[in-house]
Write a protein of this length. Structure first.
Length: 123
């Protein structure tokens, strides 16, 4: 009799464990989906801001001044609705003109990703 009782407890434990795993997967899926939507909305907002700046010829910065301004920061660049997130220190100065020209550059704090400034580089 004792063996049968343990078997029943084991089956109940397996069922509870399966339900808990399914619930955890559901919660994780919703968190990932929500974060993706937030990220997409942020990208859409920044793209719109950059488009508005490009229409106004907001800033005509030379490459050296923007490198000094952005050194040590991460930034997003937008061109033709394509986003790239890089650290400016990884780009050589001679390649920056080609890389940043006609791009919108969003300077973000590397710890919090808070937007600090927006530039449109047309140099």
């Amino acid at each position: 009799m004792q063996i049968q009782k343990n078997d029943t407890n084991h089956k109940i434990f397996k069922i509870i464990l399966c339900v808990a795993i399914i619930a955890l997967i559901y919660v994780l899926f919703n968190i990932i989906k929500r974060n993706h939507n937030i990220s997409f909305m942020r990208m859409k907002y920044l793209s719109e801001q950059c488009y508005a700046l490009s229409q106004e010829n907001y800033m005509n910065l030379n490459i050296e001044s923007i490198k000094k301004s952005l050194t040590g920061y991460y930034f997003d660049t937008y061109s033709n609705n394509i986003s790239t997130y890089v650290n400016i220190s990884h780009i050589r100065s001679d390649g920056m003109s080609r890389y940043l020209s006609a791009h919108c550059v969003i300077k973000t704090n590397k710890d919090s990703e808070m937007i600090e400034d927006i530039y449109y580089v047309i140099d």
